[in-house]
Every structure is written in structure tokens, then in C-alpha cells.
Write a protein that binds this ligand. Structure first.
Ligand code: ADP
Length: 576
């Protein structure tokens, strides 16, 4: 109960702006219930008047019934409208908040959780949370109305009241056991649903690769297994409902049967009048609907608690850790930075990826990182952008520890051009505008010229208005990288991190990318992860990374002379 109150308080934060609609909703519920009690009384009067031939009264009461029924229609309309508005407004707020918090999650959390965890909670748990107040009000007003009927039985006959009370308690216990059992299975079902959502979202994203790998059959099998698993969990949940509904139905029928037997006995010993017996018999339906309402309330509270816990887990629990930033703001950095004795591993159990790593890069220098795959080069880039927190040592930008800097000072001053940059399904122009809203056509053209892309764009039928397709599918890998370079030039961040594509680009494309980087040299601090040494011979400095350490540093010619490892790497590449 304490948990329910706590979760309701949490949900209230998102629904409290809808107080007006909630009040209208409550009023419409009450009016609806009053009408449902009044109409049968009026109809009874119609029958009495009809049988005594008072036809004018019949017409008058029927007119009243007609008016009341129309009020019920309008009330139903209002009620439904309010419920939908409350749902819409609450849902938007919760989903927005959850989406916002998801983007703050630390990369460690994102690495460990499947996308299904987030998709399911964002779509279905938020929905359960959004209509909780309308739903609870609806059930509670029903419960209150039925309690009214129950009190009426108490006034009519105490023995029958006790009998119905026993019936309520027995069926309530059955409902409580059912909802508890169902709750456990529901948790399991939601976990399985997360797995299916995660798998499907990965399959959609990787559909091209699946086709290329000709591995549709194995993916479909894996998908089928997961879907089967999910549906078995759903089946188990519904089977608990089925079994307990059967039990509840049998118990209910038993009580209905004994109700008549007891009433017959009470009438025979003159403890109950026939008229009262008929009223109690009619009311017994309402009393049992009170239990179903309570059952629904229990089930819904459990569902609500489960969904809210899952949402709060993302928002509040330490298992979903958030990124943390400092307060200090640097509007524009010069581009000097330093790693001092940095040690880092991706998880506590894993080996250290960077081990006591130290180096310094001066503003406007072009530095290349070379070394075997897995040596830790990309990790250096990630740490510079504070994608992960280091265990020991320090990283400074312009002399300030990045732990003291706010998010904009770090990420707003660094651009990463990854191996496979994501280009959005917009025109080339609009892709540029994503990083700077008010960029002029002249600036876009200048940046694309510097990125050696202008000639290609001008050859397209729609030139700068060409739509590039989702993820930039209409562009080659080299063109995507050059577009990302142009984007970086427009963004004009002082530090540019460039992860050279590993896929062998043709010589002409490679030369164009080289030229694009050359055009930026001296104006920006540029770090390049080079997979081919030949592409970085012109860098101001080259650092050879091995096993999380920088084992040599110097210009290309210096390293050729003084470092055997570098020399053999270079010679190997030349002889390929
Ligand atoms: P490089 O860029 O030199 O190829 P990386 O920095 O990408 O090397 O990787 C260094 C090591 O860290 C590798 O052993 C890699 O498997 C591991 N690694 C990289 N990214 C992650 C991650 N997100 N989670 C766990 N381990 C990772």
C-alpha cells in the first residue's frame, strides 16, 4: 500500500496539470452512477402506472427517462473526452521525461542494456502510468456505488448482510492470490517482451547485413524462439487468470445458490419478507460486482506499481547510472589538452584498456594515433569526449579537468567524425543546418569545397537539395565521411577527432579525404586514428599506441628512424 501511494504521488507529478479534466471526470462518473440508479426506479414506476392505466403519467415519466438517458449520453461523451485528454497530456510528459533521462544515461549503462529495455518501458509502461488516475477514479466510484447498495442490504436484513460479507471476503481472498501470482508472471512476461523488442529493433537496423550475410533463416529462428518465449509467458499469465476465474465463478455460483436457500429458510421462519428477499436477490448482483471491482483495482494497482517501478528504475535507480558533468563553462576552447596517467577499463571485471597513459596535444596540432586494432585508440577519443569516466589520472582541456567542465564545454567544442558517420534522411543542405540552424548557402558551399565534396554535389540533379536517404544510404562511405567533415567545418569546433575508415577506400577518395583534412590543418586541433600509416605521414606528430600505452611518439621520419615496431608496421603496409 505504501508503495502504491508513493508511486501514485510520483505519477501525480505528470497528471497534476489536468486537475480540471480530472474534476470533470469525477463529476461525470458520479452523474453516470446516479442516472444508472434512477433509471430503473423510473422504469419501475412506468410499469406500475401502465398496469393501472395511468397513460399520461407513463408518457410524462418516459419523457423524463428520455431526457435523463440523453444526459447520460452527453456525460459519457464528456467522460471519455476528459479521459483521453488526461491520457494524452500525461503520456507526452512521461515519455518526454523518460526520453530525456535516457539520453543522460552513462555509456556503461547503455553498453550493458538492450534497446528493448528502453523501447518497452517508453511505449507500454508509460501507457499504464498515464491512465492510472482516470482508471482508479472509474473503479473507485463504482466501488462506492456498490458499497451503497451493500449498506442498503445491512438496513434491510442483518443476517443477509453477514452472509454477503462472507461471500465478499472469500472471493476477495481468491482475487488477491490471483493478482499476486499474476504479478510475478507479468514481471517475467515484460522481461521477455523487452527481449523481443530489442531483437526486432536490432534486426531492423541490421537488415542489410543480415541479407548480405544470407543469414535470414538463423535470424528468423532466433526471432521465433524469442517470440515463442514471450507468448509462452503471456499464456502462463492468462492460464493463472483462467484457473482462478473458474474457481471464482464456481464459488460465486455456490454463494448464489446458498443465498436462495438461506432466504427461503428466513422467509419460512418469517425473519425476512418476500419483498425484501426479492430486493436482496436483485442487489446480490451489485454486491458481487463490488468484488470484481475490487479485483480489478488490485490487478490494476499491481500493474501500475510494476510499470511505475520500471520507469522509476531508469529515472532514479543507480543501476541506470547517469552521466555527470561539472559546472565550469568554457565558451570557446583553444584546443590544448592533456591525458595524465589515465587508467581505464570498460567494466570492473575487464582488463585495463588504458594503462597509466600520458600525452599532451597543443592547440592546432595534427596528431595521429596508430597501432594494432584493439590497442585503445578509439577509447582515447571516447574518454576525451567524456563518454566514460576514468578510474584514475586526469584529462584536461585548456588546463581544466574535464570533470569540472559542463557538457557544452566538452561536447560543444569537440566533433567526432566516425568511420561510418550517420547522415540523416534530409537534403544535404538540411544535414548541414542540423549543426548550425542559421548557416548560409555560401557557408555550406565553402565547407563542402574544403571537404572536397562540392564537385560531387553539383553533379547531382538536385544539387544541395538532394535527399540522401536514411543513414545516408545514397552516398558512398567516402562521401559520407566528407559530408561529416563539411558538417564539422560548419560546426567550427576547435577539436576534431577523425576516425579514419578501415574499409579500403579507393585511392582517389582517400586522396580527397586527405586533402579535406589538409585544408583544416593548422586551424583546428585534429586527432586522427589512422588505420593506414601512409595517410598520416604529414601529421605534426604520430603516436604509436600498444596495449593501452603510448610506446613511441614523433614525426613519421623520426619514428621510422628510432622505432623498430613503427618501421616494420610501415614496411609491411608498403609491401602489401
Ligand atoms: P582501437 O581503436 O585501437 O581498435 P578500442 O579503443 O576500440 O581499440 O578498444 C580497446 C579495447 O577495449 C578492445 O579490447 C575492445 O574490445 C575494448 N572495448 C572497446 N569498446 C568497448 C566497450 N564499449 N565495452 C567493452 N569493451 C570495449
Amino acid at each position: 500500500m505504501k508503495k502504491l501511494v508513493d508511486n501514485l504521488k510520483f505519477a501525480w507529478k505528470y497528471s497534476k496539470d489536468e486537475k480540471k479534466n480530472l474534476i470533470i471526470f469525477v463529476i461525470s462518473e458520479i452523474v453516470g452512477i446516479i442516472i444508472s440508479i434512477v433509471v430503473p426506479i423510473l422504469m419501475a414506476k412506468v410499469i406500475v402506472n401502465f398496469t393501472s392505466n395511468k397513460l399520461l403519467q407513463v408518457v410524462l415519466i418516459m419523457t423524463l427517462v428520455y431526457l435523463v438517458e440523453n444526459i447520460r449520453n452527453v456525460v459519457y461523451y464528456m467522460n471519455n473526452k476528459c479521459m483521453q485528454v488526461i491520457y494524452r497530456e500525461t503520456m507526452v510528459k512521461i515519455q518526454y521525461d523518460l526520453g530525456k533521462e535516457m539520453l543522460k544515461l552513462s555509456n556503461k549503462t547503455l553498453d550493458n542494456e538492450s534497446s528493448g529495455v528502453f523501447i518497452q518501458r517508453l511505449n507500454s509502461d508509460t501507457s499504464t502510468m498515464s491512465d492510472v488516475f482516470a482508471y482508479m477514479i472509474q473503479i473507485l466510484t463504482d466501488v462506492i456505488a456498490n458499497i451503497g447498495v451493500f449498506i442498503a442490504v445491512f438496513i434491510i436484513n442483518k443476517i443477509m448482510f453477514v452472509y454477503l460479507l462472507v461471500m465478499i471476503i472469500v472471493i476477495y481472498i481468491i482475487e488477491k492470490i490471483r493478482t499476486e501470482k499474476r504479478n510475478e508472471l507479468d514481471k517475467n512476461f515484460r522481461k521477455k517482451s523487452e527481449k523481443v523488442s530489442g531483437f526486432i529493433s536490432e534486426m531492423v537496423r541490421g537488415a542489410r547485413d543480415i541479407k548480405m550475410l544470407n543469414s535470414e533463416a538463423s535470424f528468423l529462428k532466433a526471432m521465433k524462439d524469442k517470440i515463442l518465449d514471450q507468448n509462452n509467458a503471456r499464456y502462463k499469465m492468462s492460464s493463472i487468470n483462467r484457473k482462478y476465474n473458474l474457481l471464482r465463478g464456481c464459488v460465486h455460483d455456490f454463494f448464489d445458490y446458498t443465498l436462495v436457500v438461506i432466504m427461503v429458510y428466513l422467509v419460512s421462519i418469517k425473519s425476512l419478507s418476500v419483498a425484501s428477499a426479492i430486493i436482496i436477490f436483485n442487489y446480490s448482483g451489485r454486491v458481487s460486482s463490488l468484488i470484481y471491482c475490487l479485483g480489478n483495482l488490485l490487478e490494476r494497482s499491481k500493474e501500475f506499481n510494476l510499470s511505475t517501478d520500471r520507469i522509476r528504475e531508469i529515472l532514479e535507480s543507480s543501476a541506470f547510472s547517469k552521466e555527470t558533468f561539472g559546472e565550469k563553462h568554457l565558451k570557446r576552447v583553444n584546443g590544448n589538452f592533456e591525458f595524465k596517467n589515465v587508467t581505464f577499463s570498460y567494466s570492473d571485471e575487464e582488463h585495463e584498456v588504458l594503462n597509466n597513459l600520458s600525452f599532451k596535444v597543443n592547440a592546432n596540432e595534427t596528431v595521429a594515433f596508430v597501432g594494432k586494432s584493439g590497442a585503445g585508440k578509439s577509447t582515447i577519443f571516447s574518454l576525451l569526449c567524456k563518454m566514460y569516466d576514468i578510474e584514475s589520472g586526469s584529462i584536461t582541456i585548456d588546463g581544466v579537468d574535464i570533470n569540472e567542465l559542463d557538457k557544452d564545454s566538452i561536447r560543444g567544442n569537440i566533433t567526432i567524425i566516425s568511420q561510418n558517420p550517420y547522415i540523416f534522411n534530409l537534403s544535404i543542405k538540411d544535414n548541414m543546418r542540423l549543426v548550425k540552424e542559421d548557416v548560409s548557402d555560401r557557408e555550406i558551399k565553402k565547407a563542402c569545397k574544403a571537404a572536397c565534396l562540392d564537385d560531387f554535389i553539383e553533379s547531382l540533379p538536385d544539387k544541395y537539395d538532394t535527399i540522401v536517404g536514411e543513414g545516408g544510404v545514397n552516398l558512398s562511405g567516402g562521401q559520407r565521411q566528407r559530408l561529416a567533415i563539411a558538417r564539422a567545418l560548419i560546426q567550427k569546433t576547435e577539436i576534431i577527432l577523425f576516425d579514419e575508415a578501415t574499409s579500403a577506400l579507393d585511392n582517389e577518395t582517400q586522396a580527397k579525404i586527405q586533402e579535406a583534412i589538409h585544408n583544416m590543418k593548422g586551424e583546428y586541433t585534429i586527432l586522427i586514428i589512422a588505420h593506414r600509416l601512409s595517410t598520416v605521414v604529414g601529421a605534426d606528430r604520430i603516436m604509436l599506441v600498444d596495449n593501452g600505452k603510448i610506446v613511441a611518439t614523433g614525426t613519421h621520419s623520426e619514428l621510422l628512424k628510432k622505432n623498430k615496431k613503427y618501421k616494420s608496421l610501415y614496411e609491411n603496409e608498403m609491401t602489401k
